[in-house]
Design a binder for this molecule. Structure first.
Ligand SMILES: [Ca+2]
Ligand SMILES: [Ca+2]
Ligand SMILES: [Ca+2]
Length: 225
């Protein structure tokens, strides 16, 4: 029979709430185990631990909130002359902050499904690329990750960047019609962000790159911010 790994904790709970509690000396030490705010390390703190048993601790938002990262480029329909979508599609993420951001547990969802692995990070002021095939863009001086299966729809779709607790830090519902520039839809350029203020769902924030294949891992060709 296999006992749960937290069994010793339950036994400790029972002992501390029983006769042993009366004999337990009251010590004044650094109280990192004082979890429920009543000023005493006791049974109620153990219950707090049990209630959160098995959860990971890296999904809590930092005190000043999740850093604002941006989706700055989408190459959703590379031209046939460049190659197949399954080899050349990418999206770009930009960190406008001064500090590096640990990306472990961050994810891209909706249109594609990708979670950044342990050790992933983006430096302050830097770009990274998540691609349909990482080898297409690797070795070019910026971090590249492979999103695995699936791809970016040629007619547009919703893409979301989420922090480790699932908060949508940024999303864009790009398109190839209406007010959206249609040139990125198979004519060669990527779809590039022009500026960061305002709503990323607004077509006015985006334009076709002046470069065939876009500007992966680098500032966008028509950047006006
Ligand atoms: Ca595509
Ligand atoms: Ca294509
Ligand atoms: Ca770029």
């Amino acid at each position: 029979m296999r006992f749960p790994s937290f069994l010793p904790l339950i036994i400790a709970c029972c002992l501390l709430s029983g006769p042993l509690a009366a004999q337990w000396p009251t010590l004044r030490v650094g109280c990192s185990a004082e979890l429920d705010g009543d000023g005493v390390v006791g049974m109620s703190d153990l219950l707090v631990v049990l209630a959160q048993f098995g959860t990971t601790c890296d999904s809590e938002p930092p005190e000043d909130g999740w850093p604002q990262l941006h989706i700055t480029e989408l190459h959703y329909n590379p031209a046939s002359a460049q190659g197949n979508d399954s080899e050349y599609e990418f999206l770009e993420v930009y960190n406008p902050g001064a500090n590096a951001v640990d990306l472990q547990g961050w994810s891209l969802t909706e249109g594609i499904s990708f979670t950044f692995p342990q050790g992933a990070s983006i430096a302050g002021g830097a770009y990274l690329v998540v691609a349909a095939m990482d080898v297409t863009y690797s070795g070019l001086g910026y971090p590249v990750y492979d999103w695995g299966s699936g791809g970016l729809h040629n007619s547009g779709e919703l893409i979301a960047l989420r922090s480790p607790d699932g908060t949508v830090v940024e999303s864009v519902n790009y398109s190839d019609n209406g007010d959206w520039d249609s040139a990125p839809d198979g004519q060669g350029p990527s779809l590039e962000r022009l500026f960061l203020s305002g709503d990323p769902h607004d077509a006015a924030q985006w334009s076709a790159s002046i470069n065939t294949g876009g500007t992966p891992g680098a500032i966008n060709s028509l950047w006006v911010d």
